[in-house]
Design a binder for this molecule. Structure first.
Ligand code: 6CM
Length: 257
């Protein structure tokens, strides 16, 4: 059997196709840089409470309230075999497929494209708690963060960030309560044997380490016990369902490095 040699290092992608002149350019860069810093450090110490532990998936929260509202920061780590960070981020970001995996939504629409990698989404969540329905208006960006050091096998990330914005001229008027979110999915892919090895890389050789962080403010009062119960149930469900979705979508496709 002849071994084929594959260069598996992803091409040096531009950091973002968003113009530096764009009014959100600065905010987006700052928010993304912050997420990468925290995901890389993975600062999960004993101030984080483990709320779900299932195989490789671990979900943590920290109980916090602001003006009587539950704003518990949530963090999760998961390791999934057979998919890459680029694939995970692609499906998490792509607004065309969001309704296929996102179980908390009633509707979702794209209001604007800032650039090829950044759009503005407006979405309405399913009504669960005994209060008004929730909606969200946010920019979402996908980005490759290549290893800065050419020679080293240092970290190479793919990231998606969803970050609320106060308004948009195409945003429909509604009576829903607007949630405020800062959510990030940061992924790192590893190869076994490593990328320097000569030979064909198949899905059996790749593993994706996912870090997911959500800071959500419900935007208006909702009973704390109900909110916490919904989060405890929905975040693990989301991580399971979403990663399974990515595995199903990619299993017969060429690997997207
Ligand atoms: O990150 C997730 N989804 C993204 C795309 O929608 C986005 C959304 C974040 C919102 C997170 C808080 C939602 C809570 C609102 C109501 C929950 C309704 C539950 C309905 C149950 C049938 O970043 C995954 C979000 C997973 C949410 C738990």
């Amino acid at each position: 059997n002849k071994l084929s040699i594959q260069k598996i290092k992803p091409p040096k992608a531009p950091k973002t196709s968003l113009s530096p002149k764009h009014k959100y350019y600065k905010e987006i860069n700052e928010v993304i840089a912050e997420h990468i810093k925290y995901a890389a450090k993975l600062d999960i110490d004993n101030t984080w409470e483990l709320i779900h532990d299932e195989g490789e998936m671990k979900v943590f929260k920290r109980e916090m309230e602001e003006d009587g509202m539950v704003v518990d920061p949530l963090k999760a780590v998961h390791t999934v075999k057979g998919i890459t960070g680029h694939e995970v981020c692609h499906y998490f970001w792509n607004p065309d497929v969001r309704m296929e995996w996102e179980g908390t939504l009633e509707s979702a629409q794209v209001l604007d494209w800032f650039s090829e990698d950044t759009c503005v989404c407006y979405q309405i969540h399913k009504k669960v708690w005994p209060t008004t329905q929730r909606e969200a208006l946010f920019w979402t960006q996908i980005r490759h963060v290549p290893n800065e050091d050419e020679d080293e096998d240092g970290p190479d990330y793919w990231i998606v960030c969803n970050y609320s914005i106060p308004d948009h001229d195409k945003c429909p008027a509604s009576k829903n309560v607007r949630i405020n979110m800062n959510v990030a999915m940061v992924c790192e892919t590893s190869m076994e044997p490593p990328s320097s090895h000569d030979g064909e890389i198949t899905r059996d050789h790749i593993t994706c380490r996912i870090t997911y962080a959500a800071n959500v403010n419900p935007g208006g009062w909702a009973p704390a016990s109900v909110l916490r119960a919904v989060y405890k149930r929905e975040y693990p469900k989301f991580l399971k369902r979403f990663t399974q979705y990515v595995m199903d979508q990619t299993k017969d496709k060429p690997i997207m490095f």
